[in-house]
Design a protein around this ligand. Structure first.
Ligand code: HAM
Length: 448
């Protein structure tokens, strides 16, 4: 290739003649390259999370990115969307006689992996709580859209241990939620909402599911096909259906709270009291059941309006039976995972919203107007305005595009305007175009 290129140059041919002709290979759908300067923001978020977690005495755990498929089938639940439709699973053939073929899966989430490691390394044997955090990629075959990717990153943490270490205490739930509020505030995320609920214990659940099934029976025929399927396989999932047409029906369904036993209600109330005591605001959302089967009692989400449809910045909850479900000892736990991609989107949107725009961009039309434009800029700046000055060599389209990025308004200074002293001003926010005499321009450009 190098020789071809040199020969081509020596012979005076254009470089184009030796450009590769094969189609360029692109990143796989749903995956992304993270490039500078954005990676600075990712590193800043990671560093802030590590610093906050250290203050709460959490240590880092790193588990493999692929695991035995059974871990997720038994841990997360066969009927969940994640396990039934979204996993990257393959059959790893035996390479030696001593090896068995094994079904493996790229981790769609990390709680099951952390609990597997807790069991495998007997971390509960000292009788203490394990407080572990992780940062890393997860994989789900979802339909990609803004804030939803097939490889995405989570920052998560888990508090797990034997009941004698206090792992079931509502204080642990409240401490985790208070830590999250601290982290989001420290990152400068403005306007988050914390929604919490209790989904009760495995003893409460069948009671609620029976009530829910009965309530769904007469109405499910009018709901979306996903809900019709879920009503059969996993009726709880109906509650987090996002179809707008189904919402009036969902609003009439019975609440899980009415099926909880006294102990579950008292646990939830103690979480709320502890949050009240430390001033962390929250809302009790009766429909928050979340998409993973391991949850018991407390479930929560932090949402952010700026994210659009994918508004869950993070989610989590208690999973008191997960360890036993995957063959371990009794080890109740609570944890969360933040969608780091969504955190980055939220912070970027905030920074954009805060970007100071110039009051006006002066666009001379033709290089002959450059000097006049500089004189006009000088006058306006002297009046205290923040002014960007374009260049008469730019085409009008380029001036408009640049101005739209930098300023609230554009002032056109062409030959006609220079002769008449009447300038054309366009306001980007309203789209309004006005003719303004030069004497009134400074007043017109002042921010209201
Ligand atoms: P999850 O709700 O499935 O919970 O995911 C947690 C967060 O990861 C979501 O709130 C969202 O911000 C982000 N996320 C999920 N899927 C995607 C995606 N396709 N693209 C971008 N971001 C995504 C769990 O994963 C649980 N393991 C959380 C947990 C920890 N519960 C207890 N401990």
């Amino acid at each position: 290739m190098a020789a071809t290129l040199n020969t081509a140059l020596v012979m005076g041919e254009t470089i184009k003649a030796v450009q590769p002709t094969k189609a360029a290979i692109k990143a796989v759908r749903g995956t992304r390259d993270l490039l500078p300067p954005e990676t600075e923001l990712w590193n800043h978020i990671d560093a802030t999370a590590r610093r906050v977690f250290a203050r709460y005495n959490f240590g880092e755990i790193r588990t493999p990115v692929f695991e035995d498929t059974q871990l997720f089938a038994r841990g997360v639940g066969e009927e969940t969307d994640i396990v039934s439709k979204e996993m990257y699973t393959w059959e790893d053939k035996a390479r030696a006689q001593s090896e068995k073929a094994q079904s493996l899966t790229l981790r769609p989430e990390n709680t099951a992996g952390v609990v597997r490691a807790y069991i495998e390394h007997k971390l509960g044997e000292q009788g203490l709580l394990q407080k572990l955090y992780y940062i890393g990629p997860q994989f789900r075959r979802e339909r990609p859209q803004k804030g939803r990717y097939r490889q995405f990153f989570q920052i998560g943490a888990e508090v797990i241990g034997p009941p004698s270490a206090g792992s079931e205490s509502p204080l642990r739930d409240a401490e985790v939620l208070e830590m999250l509020a601290t982290l989001l505030n420290e990152l400068g995320i403005a306007g988050w909402r914390l929604l919490i609920n209790s989904v009760g214990t495995p003893a409460d659940r069948p009671r609620y599911i029976a009530t829910l099934r009965a309530a769904l029976q007469p109405v499910v025929g009018q709901m979306c096909t996903d809900c019709q399927r879920r009503a059969e396989t996993n009726p709880l999932r109906v509650l987090d259906c996002k179809h707008p047409e189904d919402q009036p029906i969902i609003a009439t369904l019975p609440r899980i709270w009415d099926s909880l036993d006294e102990a579950s209600r008292a646990h939830f109330q103690q979480v709320c009291e502890a949050l009240d005591a430390c001033g962390v605001p929250y809302e009790h959302d009766h429909r928050l059941v979340r998409g993973l089967d391991y949850y018991t009692r407390t479930t929560f989400e932090f949402q952010h309006g700026g994210l659009g449809a994918q508004n869950a910045l993070l989610g989590g909850g208690r999973y008191d039976g997960l360890s036993e479900a995957i063959g371990g000892p009794r080890a109740p736990g609570i944890g969360f995972a933040i969608g780091e991609d969504r955190l980055v989107l939220t912070l970027q949107a905030q920074v954009e919203a805060q970007t100071v725009r110039a009051d006006a961009y002066i666009a001379p039309i033709g290089e002959a107007q450059n000097s006049q434009a500089l004189a006009l800029a000088r006058e306006l700046r002297a009046a205290g305005l923040r002014i960007e000055l374009g260049d008469g060599g730019f085409r009008l389209k380029k001036s408009f595009e640049t101005a739209d990025k930098l300023a609230r308004k554009i002032v056109i200074l062409g030959e006609d305007e220079a002769a008449s002293g009447i300038l054309t001003v366009k306001d980007f926010a309203t789209g309004e175009q006005t003719k303004v005499p030069k004497a009134d321009l400074a007043a017109h450009l002042l921010p209201h």
